[in-house]
Write a protein that binds this ligand. Structure first.
Ligand SMILES: Nc1ncnc2c1ncn2[C@@H]1O[C@H](COP(=O)(O)OP(=O)(O)OP(=O)(O)O)[C@@H](O)[C@H]1O
Ligand SMILES: [Mg+2]
Length: 239
């Protein structure tokens, strides 16, 4: 089960077209190829603005991939996110990939525990299992029990981030995408996140993440891909 590639990027390129700026094209990446195997954690590195978050968003299907292929394994077959239909991408998110974005998009009036359990049910857990796993995760992430029934809209940044992490981890997907999961956490909670992510990796999950914190990167990542090498160079336009 472990060591099989779970994610493969082949010659991926991305640029943004700024429609509000007269269609100016902003090149970001080109020629990016790498794989992530089950049981390994790969970190995306490189300076701010090199496209680390954009790569995670392309893999999750939030950003369109302009060039190349992004293949994710789903029940034994490869699915190319770059050319898959929205319906196929939704199925992939249910079964094959979990995503922890940097910020929680808060749904009003739904309590933290329900929010996490709902993500578990979306990925196929039954009601009881989703509820039990949500409680376990929120407990391990030290979210005070008095907050569990409250909507996260008024939570602190670190509390919201932990709800977000619990939502991303509950599904037990074979591929996990983490965008700076510990950015606003204290040392104790950073350690809790490292422990959970390691446990997933060691049980055969392929993890692709961005970790600014050197300590977190050292604790989790088996290798790093420097996106600075794939940054598009824009030729100066002739005037
Ligand atoms: N939706 C978008 N529309 C236009 N440009 C975008 C969009 N998203 C990202 N960009 C641009 O693409 C480049 C890469 O952004 P991205 O967020 O992927 O960088 P990053 O490596 O994650 O940076 P950081 O380390 O600061 O988080 C940036 O120049 C950014 O301005
Ligand atoms: Mg980023």
């Amino acid at each position: 089960m472990t060591h099989l590639p779970q994610l493969a990027l082949e010659d991926v390129g991305k640029s943004f077209t700024l429609h509000l700026r007269g269609g100016v094209r902003l090149p970001v990446l080109s020629g990016l190829s790498f794989t992530v195997r089950r049981g390994e954690c790969v970190a995306l590195g490189g300076p701010s603005g090199t496209g680390k978050s954009s790569v995670l968003r392309m893999v999750y299907g939030n950003y369109r991939c302009d060039e190349g292929a992004i293949k994710v394994r789903d029940e034994g077959e490869w699915v190319d996110v770059a050319s898959a239909t929205p319906r196929r991408i939704i199925a992939l998110r249910r079964r094959a990939m979990g995503h922890v974005s940097q910020f929680l998009r808060v749904i009003p009036r739904i309590g933290a525990l329900d929010l996490v359990a709902a993500a578990g049910r979306d990925s196929g857990l039954d009601f009881e299992a989703a509820d039990a796993r949500a409680r376990e995760l929120l407990g391990r992430l030290n979210l005070p029990a008095r907050l569990w029934t409250l909507p996260p809209a008024t939570f602190s940044g670190g509390e919201q981030q932990r709800v977000n992490i619990a939502r991303g981890l509950i599904g037990n997907h074979p591929l996990l995408l983490l965008d700076e999961p510990t950015a606003s956490l204290d040392a104790r909670n950073r350690a809790a996140v490292i422990g959970l992510a390691r446990q997933r990796r060691d049980s055969g999950c392929a993890v692709l993440g961005v970790f600014h914190d050197a300590e977190v990167r050292a604790a989790l990542a088996d290798r790093e891909i420097d996106l600075g090498r794939f940054t598009r160079v824009v030729a100066a336009e002739a005037v």
